[in-house]
Design a protein around this ligand. Structure first.
Ligand SMILES: N[C@@H](CCC(=O)N[C@@H](CS)C(=O)NCC(=O)O)C(=O)O
Length: 253
């Protein structure tokens, strides 16, 4: 039975057939699920959402862990089963719908994949040390500051690489092409680094990355971005002038 039925309807009810076949995105506002939401909109795929309420740590619940055993957000329910890990979801969607990424036999597939995995394995993993230092060094504030200082420098270096990539303008990371799944992933990461933690210093400046700034200012205006702004209360210019979200439901942290 699709989990949408378990989460979305009281027992005994069933969804109409078409409804049941759509994707179900388990999300929290302005969390990594935002990348998936943006890409689903960009691909014009219908989907339902189920809030993972971070205020009650619903990501740790047994029901959520059936879908996403790591307890991390997002999870996307698909006809092939639930998928967790943002990069895996993005690649699966791009291949399934043949949109927003070079096809497996395209000569650009190799460079696209190496940068997608770099962003997922290294950049996103480093960003998590900024957002959740306690997972890595415990509660000691000095240890957390030390970690964050070190990781900030590495992130700046790595965003310089992503900026150089963008200035090279491969089709899948260029202002004059529709954004790829990777473009949305990078744009969300730069947004989060500007916003979180809420009480942290303003160390990440988009103006240091000319290529990304140009691309992100166009991505601010995409219909997919408008849809995500409405759904998650992101405010105007979510990638170039981000502000803390005021979501209609749930919370970012
Ligand atoms: N490697 C994971 C990371 C996802 C991630 O960091 N999710 C955060 C929200 S942005 C989360 O679930 N945080 C809740 C927690 O750590 O308890 C992915 O790419 O999906």
């Amino acid at each position: 039975m699709p989990v949408a039925v378990v989460f979305g309807l009281s027992s005994g009810q069933s969804l109409p057939k078409l409804h049941r076949m759509s994707y179900v995105l388990h999300y929290a506002p302005d969390n990594a699920s935002l990348v998936v939401r943006l890409c689903l909109h960009e691909m014009q795929q219908p989907f339902e959402t189920v809030l993972v309420d971070r205020r009650t740590r619903a990501q740790d619940s047994a029901a959520y862990k059936v879908l996403s055993p790591t307890g991390l957000i997002p999870c996307l329910e698909t006809p092939d089963g639930p998928i967790f890990e943002t990069g895996a979801i993005l690649l699966w969607l791009a291949d399934r719908h043949q949109k927003m990424a070079p096809a497996p036999d395209h000569p650009q597939r190799a460079p696209f994949l190496k940068w997608l995995f770099f962003v997922s394995n290294t950049v996103h993993a480093d960003a998590r040390m900024i957002f959740y230092p306690h997972y890595f060094v415990g509660a000691d504030p000095a240890a957390q500051d030390g970690l964050r200082n070190q990781v900030r420098e590495r992130l700046k270096r790595h965003f310089k690489l992503l900026d150089a990539l963008t200035l090279d303008k491969p089709d899948w990371q260029a202002p004059d092409s529709p954004p790829s799944v990777l473009s949305y992933y990078i744009a969300c990461l730069s947004r989060w680094l500007m916003l979180y933690p809420a009480d942290g210093p303003a160390w990440f400046k988009l103006s240091d990355y000319a290529g990304l700034q140009e691309l992100h200012s166009l991505m601010d205006l995409r219909p997919a971005t408008e849809a995500a702004i409405a759904a998650e209360g992101l405010g105007p210019h979510p990638f170039t002038r981000p502000r803390h979200p005021t979501p209609p439901e749930g919370s970012a942290v």
